[in-house]
Write a protein that binds this ligand. Sequence first.
Ligand SMILES: *Cc1c(COP(=O)(O)O)cnc(C)c1O
Ligand code: SF4
Length: 340
Amino acid sequence: MSDIFFNTPNWQQELSCAVSDVATLYELLELPVPANHHQPKKFPLRVPHAFVNKIKKGDPNDPLLLQILPDVAESLTVMGYTTDPLDENNHNPIKGLIHKYQNRALITLTGACAVHCRYCFRQHFDYGANLPSSDEMAVIGEYIKQDSNINEVIFSGGDPLSLNNRRIKAWIDMVSDIDAINTIRIHTRMPAILPNRIDDELVQILSSSPKHIVMVLHINHAQEIDDILAQKCQVLKNNGVVLLNQSVLLKGVNDKIETLCQLSWALFKMGVLPYYLHILDKVAGSAHFDIDIQHAIGLYWGMLERLSGYLVPKLVQEVAGKPYKTPIDIYQITKTAIKD
Ligand SMILES: *Cc1c(COP(=O)(O)O)cnc(C)c1O
Ligand code: SF4
């Protein structure tokens, strides 16, 4: 048995104990179990105890709870909300690789996540057809090498950190061997959901790559941030990992100026800079989280007024077919037209 076994907090065990039964979740949170609670079979409830512990007990409107609790509204068909709002299926040249933007290619390492976010834009993505095997890793490597425009590789999913360290290392090693690549970026919600996933061995793997490592966290509300997460961020930073955050603007979760400002401050306190604030992608089943664009712009003006420039994330929207994430034109609504 290697000493790694003893040093590693057992995040995999935490993951296997994740809550998947809606009635159990209500009980843990000391909430009455509604008679008609929604228990979807496809994209079911999934949330580790480490995240459940951050949810306030007895509050059915807790902003963390709303992100993970299945809602009957998910089964409604709403016009304009589709299963592939980003047109990713058309930019999927080889299995496991999405190449929409010139200099950066995104690899879907896995379909698995520690948590099922109810608004997730990839909830209908056909991962089964898209998970690269070890042979396919080599094919992806060849694709990246052949396109001299590509200088950054993004690990995504699902959540790439739901893979074990051995597999993460294989991917990091593969990309680290490509000269033209400067940066490896990891898009992950894992630190906020299961901070113990950031174990010593993972940090060692990341810090031993010769490439710049950027980790883009996904945190939507300051209440997701606690001491363990802050400690893990410190370790990552000490090992040269650049930390950014992306959030999704979600009705009932973070659609207040004050909430968004608190988030930026709390992120920066642990050394993370806000990167993107995304307008919700119109994915089937998520319409009840959507905020109209006028309201979003109003919130954004409020952030501009209250936050240091470097704490204001870019407000963007994914527009199918565009070669970048599209900045929202905030001048379509003038500041004076907004009432706070
Ligand atoms: C979001 C995304 C990226 C990264 O875009 P940045 O603007 O560099 O953060 C790359 N590829 C795909 C397919 C994406 O959806
Ligand atoms: S962690 Fe990311 S990919 Fe996974 S369900 Fe949540 S938003 Fe979707």
